[in-house]
Design a protein around this ligand. Structure first.
Ligand code: NAD
Ligand code: UDP
Ligand code: UDP
Length: 338
């Protein structure tokens, strides 16, 4: 799908230089912001695996070097410790913009979604790179339409505790569309629904990581509220395939990327119990403010235009994250001298 200029290197100022002799002309130089995080590190593995050059920008707010350590000796890989809230000069063909404090315990008070997105759009504009924003299903808020289509505008509290995240992502989408319309930047917008898998933060409070870690530690699973709220859970490799399909296609989006299987938190706890430890138990805790009651993606648009749909069910995906979680929990315990 790429024009000849996309297959060569950009040298800045919007000019595209000749491909240096001896370098594969199809190889792209790609920046992944937030590449040391959960989703980012799996995306980087895929891009490196297909032969591209990858530059990761990460401030290690929630990301970890361990997620990328296996790539440190690869000459096509580079890691820069940098906060995307500050400007940066790079010469790249594509930008996957994932940097964002992505869970309730981390995302409060952080301007990354606005300032970081603005800087990456400025970079995309300067070098003529294609820019992909990882937005979120949270832009739909506590939805009044179910399942959610991309045409739904959402039901979001602008001043609540979650607003920094969901309104931040809504602003990021607005900025992306403004740069697309106003400056001709090629943008792609993904609205990601709850995703799980190996390398998820152990302690960022998301439901799948909490339930799996609690079960491995032989603690009860903490169900918030009555546990009847629903979510749809997508395995990380399905998401990464969707992000790459979106970047490589001609459609701006937004596109929902999620698994349409819908589970209550009580049903999720039951599946964790079945596939990880049949002796697991649950306990009820009060719910957080503004918790959406239900969420499920309508993915017809991505199916039709990107030819993408998730392949891995919750029952198949959950066991794939257990050994990674077990190892990290064991290391943590050893670190504490237990
Ligand atoms: P994550 O916390 O594992 O990764 C985010 C990464 O961004 C981390 O490595 C963190 O250190 C980095 N980061 C944060 N602020 C930064 C800054 N100012 N400068 C540079 N780096 C910074 O989270 P994730 O689950 O991998 O999420 C990746 C993206 O996908 C995020 O944009 C998130 O909003 C989006 N998303 C994820 C989910 C999900 O379920 N995982 C759902 C919806 C949207
Ligand atoms: N920016 C950046 N790297 C670049 C180009 C721009 O970090 O290669 C930042 C720039 O510092 C600014 C933001 O992106 O804060 C928006 O840039 P743009 O050129 O669109 O806006 P302007 O600087 O004209 O206000
Ligand atoms: N949740 C829960 N127990 C936990 C953590 C979360 O029951 O230990 C619930 C939470 O109240 C929400 C759902 O699980 O209804 C999904 O929460 P998460 O933070 O994983 O994702 P999001 O709310 O962003 O969809």
């Amino acid at each position: 799908n790429y024009s000849p200029s996309r297959m060569s290197f950009n040298y800045g100022g919007g000019k595209t230089g000749r491909v240096p002799v001896g370098i594969n002309p199809r190889r792209l130089r790609i920046v992944v912001t937030g590449g040391a995080g959960f989703v980012g590190s799996h995306l980087v593995d895929k891009l490196i695996g297909r032969g591209d050059e990858v530059i990761v920008i990460d401030n290690f707010f929630t990301g970890r070097k361990e997620n990328l350590v296996h790539l440190f000796s690869n000459p096509r890989f580079e890691l820069i410790r940098h906060d995307v809230v500050e400007p940066i000069l790079l010469e790249v063909d594509q930008i996957y913009h994932l940097a964002c404090p992505a869970s309730p315990v981390h995302y409060k008070y952080n301007p990354t979604n606005v300032m970081g997105t603005l800087n990456m759009l400025g970079l995309a504009k300067r070098v003529g790179a294609r820019f992909l924003l990882t937005s979120t299903s949270e832009v739909y808020g506590d939805p009044l339409e179910h399942p959610q289509k991309e045409t739904y505008w959402g039901n979001v509290n602008p001043i609540g505790e979650r607003s920094c995240y969901d309104e931040g992502k809504r602003t990021a989408e607005t900025l992306a569309m403004d740069y697309h319309r106003g400056a001709g930047v090629e943008v792609r917008i993904a609205r990601i629904f709850n995703t799980y898998g190996p390398r998820m933060c152990l302690d960022d409070g998301r439901v799948v990581s909490n339930f799996v870690a609690q079960t491995i530690r032989k603690h009860p699973m903490t169900v918030y509220g009555d546990g009847k709220q629903t979510r749809s859970f997508q395995y990380v490799s399905d998401l990464v395939d969707g992000l790459v399909a979106l970047m490589e296609n001609d459609h701006v989006g937004p596109f929902n990327l999620g698994n349409p299987g819908e589970f209550t938190m009580l049903e999720l706890a039951e599946v964790v119990k079945e596939v990880i430890d049949t002796s697991a138990t649950i306990e009820f805790k009060p719910n957080t403010a503004d918790d959406p009651h239900k969420r499920k993606p309508d993915i017809s648009k991505a199916k039709e235009l990107l030819n993408w749909e998730p392949k891995i069910s919750l029952r198949d995906g959950l066991p794939r994250m257990v050994s990674d979680f077990r190892n990290r929990i064991l290391n943590e315990d050893e670190g504490k001298g237990l």
